[in-house]
Design a protein around this ligand. Sequence first.
Ligand SMILES: Nc1ncnc2c1ncn2[C@@H]1O[C@H](COP(=O)(O)OP(=O)(O)OP(=O)(O)O)[C@@H](O)[C@H]1O
Length: 270
Amino acid sequence: MGIEFKSVGKTYRDGTVAVTDFSHVVPSHRTVALVGSSGSGKTTLLRMVNRMVDPTRGTVLIDGQDVRELDKVALRRRIGYVPQAGGLLPHRTVVDNVATVPVLTGTPRKAARTAALDLLTLVGLEPTLASRYPAQLSGGQQQRVAVARALAADPNILLMDEPFGAVDPIVRRELQDELLRIQGELGKTIVIVTHDVDEAFRLADDVVVLRTGGVIAQSGTAQSIMAAPVDAFVRDFVGADRPERTLSATTVDGQQLVVDADGRPLGILR
Ligand SMILES: Nc1ncnc2c1ncn2[C@@H]1O[C@H](COP(=O)(O)OP(=O)(O)OP(=O)(O)O)[C@@H](O)[C@H]1O
């Protein structure tokens, strides 16, 4: 059943209308990306799921249950959340950062730490890093810890807000690969917010392109959006006309090469 946004809207106290009227279903075990330019309401929508933001209209349902009927603290503990800057506790070691929520919810400390070490391995970190403090890690390592931490309570749902926004493109790509691998293993229901359409296309089963006010410009698979952007806004947003997206085949020495609009070779067509 997953997560259902039913005609949700949010007007903040100062009168800012972040989201006007948004409806969408995130099916269980799928990854959905919310993409859109800055201020399109992505973070607001994401936070409605774990009640960090309460909508001013409409409802969010998890497996058919209105999240407003659920205790906020309990809800947040059973939903994994990866904020943009990692949100790690600076004065706790890596292993304790990961073990914090399980300990709060009653797991004995020793068992929580053992489980945390397994999670660090799962996200591709050496267990020898477990006793370090967040400041002693690289940005990419910190984000891996943040993912491990979000997974610690074994949540069904993982919310990720620009989780790899602060790292360089190469590390970003590694983290994306790692997330794809983990998702292949664990099959969580993931909502990821990103302004990077390439990241959305790589990671998500379904992509929701938002305009200002959380208005859906288009949603569907990466393939369907790329093949048929509904209008100029989406076309521009997904960069359908960018040279690296406009590919053609050319024959060189009997091989069919794929080249971009600038003629740069990208690969061989088989
Ligand atoms: N607490 C708040 N009070 C008032 N306005 C807010 C608040 N939080 C967000 N907004 C406004 O609501 C709109 C949507 O913000 P939101 O953070 O959801 O967008 P976003 O798409 O995630 O943006 P970004 O990519 O920049 O993070 C913006 O105009 C923002 O300034």
